[in-house]
Design a protein around this ligand. Structure first.
Ligand SMILES: Nc1ncnc2c1ncn2[C@@H]1O[C@H](COP(=O)(O)OP(=O)(O)OP(=O)(O)O)[C@@H](O)[C@H]1O
Length: 394
């Protein structure tokens, strides 16, 4: 992949902090394509997708429709076509184009190139054969395809992809929307982190920035939801939610368990862990394939990642290490944080706080705020100050 220096330098500019206005000057897709030397002609994409035939449509996201295609050299591709109607979509589209241009990793979806043709703007990705994780994990007739070994490898793969984004790529990138529907699985079940529309370059010398809140209910860290306080810890929190979802087969945002004293998946897992009965949260589909020590460790890691106190959450490097060898003496997790909840630093030894993680505390958003925890599974959360579904990208 060629990455001319001036282009990279341009990209290295950190995003504007706490700004509701447009971020760094919007680059034109044509310019990016030229600089990256990864241009696709519109004719090539027309031919690959049979004129964007409806039977080639894979789905529709925030930017617009996505089509499956096949290039003349036999490569299968997914083509994201920016819908003309959404200005917000355009910004995220450009954000994705810019950020994905700078990353290359086995666990991050590979952007093959760009196409700008009049008003048409398109991004071309490697085709990832096994769809997004949510379509398997949360469908009872499909969940069985994901045995424990597969789920464990998915957890490790996502952790490695996030470590790369946070620490090992050109500069720190916070994804901000880690969730099951943004994890694509290839034909060998290798997970690929996708959807960089909301991702942010993170200034090197800072531990956190304040920004407007955007993300998906059920996955967002409480300090981010309540105060717009964004750090790598926000991605770690979302990763922890995803780990617990992979183990339980339950969606956090629509969690419901009859006869249990827990209001959400994190709380449920935490209570079971405290009683040394964490295996009871395991998806019954895993009964025959589970390696119980690994499952317990992953639940423990999921709980460490979802602690209300962001300072207590591990960094991705440590998580990758913990996942790669049998850890001994893992510290006890503090109470999980829940979007919409308040967190407090523990004053008690052992990381327990009696007031932490109370679900449903309205916090700074007031009573009229509709972002209840059990709202629809894939709802993008409103910003603190407006009802826009996603933040203005840089
Ligand atoms: N590289 C790819 N390979 C295979 N399928 C893909 C690829 N990229 C996207 N898709 C599929 O296309 C559909 C739309 O994806 P897209 O990322 O645009 O939106 P989304 O993640 O579903 O929604 P949102 O944008 O609201 O988060 C999804 O069903 C996804 O599985």
């Amino acid at each position: 992949m060629t990455k001319p220096n001036n282009f990279l330098q341009n990209l290295m500019k950190p995003f504007k902090l706490n700004s509701s206005k447009e971020g760094p000057e919007e680059e034109d897709l044509e310019k990016i394509a030229e600089q990256e030397q990864k241009q696709f002609s519109f004719e090539t994409l027309l031919s690959a997708t049979k004129d964007f035939h409806p039977t080639h449509k894979l789905g529709e996201g925030g930017f617009g429709p996505v089509y499956k295609g096949k290039l003349d050299d036999g490569r299968e591709i997914a083509v994201k076509k920016l819908s003309h109607s959404s200005n917000q979509g355009k910004k995220e589209f450009m954000n994705e184009a810019k950020l994905l241009a700078r990353v290359q990793h086995r666990n991050i979806v590979n952007l093959l190139g760009y196409c700008a043709h009049g008003v048409e703007k398109l991004l071309v990705y490697e085709y990832v054969a096994n769809e997004s994780l949510d379509k398997l994990l949360f469908k009872s007739d499909k969940r069985g395809q994901l045995d424990w070994k597969t789920r464990y490898n998915i957890i490790i793969g996502i952790a490695r992809g996030l470590l790369y984004l946070h620490q090992d790529s050109h500069s720190c990138i916070i994804h901000r929307d880690i969730k099951a529907s943004n994890i694509l699985l290839d034909d060998k079940w290798v997970p690929k982190i996708a959807d960089f529309g909301m991702a942010r370059l993170f200034p090197e010398d800072q531990t956190h920035v304040n920004t407007r809140v955007a993300g998906t209910n059920g996955y967002m860290a409480p300090e981010y939801v309540m105060h717009g306080h964004l750090s790598v810890g926000a991605d770690v929190f979302s990763f922890g939610v995803l780990v617990l979802e992979l183990i339980s087969g339950q969606r956090n945002s629509t969690f419901s368990q009859q006869h249990v004293e827990a209001q959400n998946l994190l709380d449920w897992a935490y209570k079971h862990h405290k009683k040394d009965r964490s295996l009871e949260i395991m998806d019954p589909e895993l009964a025959s394939s589970a390696v119980t020590e690994e499952v317990k460790t992953c639940i423990h890691i999921g709980l460490l990642c979802t602690q209300g106190d962001p300072q207590s959450r591990p960094h991705m490097r440590r998580i990758v290490v913990l996942l790669s060898r049998k850890p001994s003496n893992l510290e006890e997790p503090g109470r999980p944080g829940v979007p919409g909840s308040r967190y407090r630093r523990s004053r008690r030894p052992g990381g327990m706080s009696s007031t932490a993680g109370t679900f449903g505390t309205a916090g700074t958003f007031g009573e009229s705020d509709s972002r209840t925890f059990n709202s629809s599974s894939n709802t993008k959360t409103a910003t603190a100050s407006t009802s826009a579904s996603r933040e203005t990208p840089p």
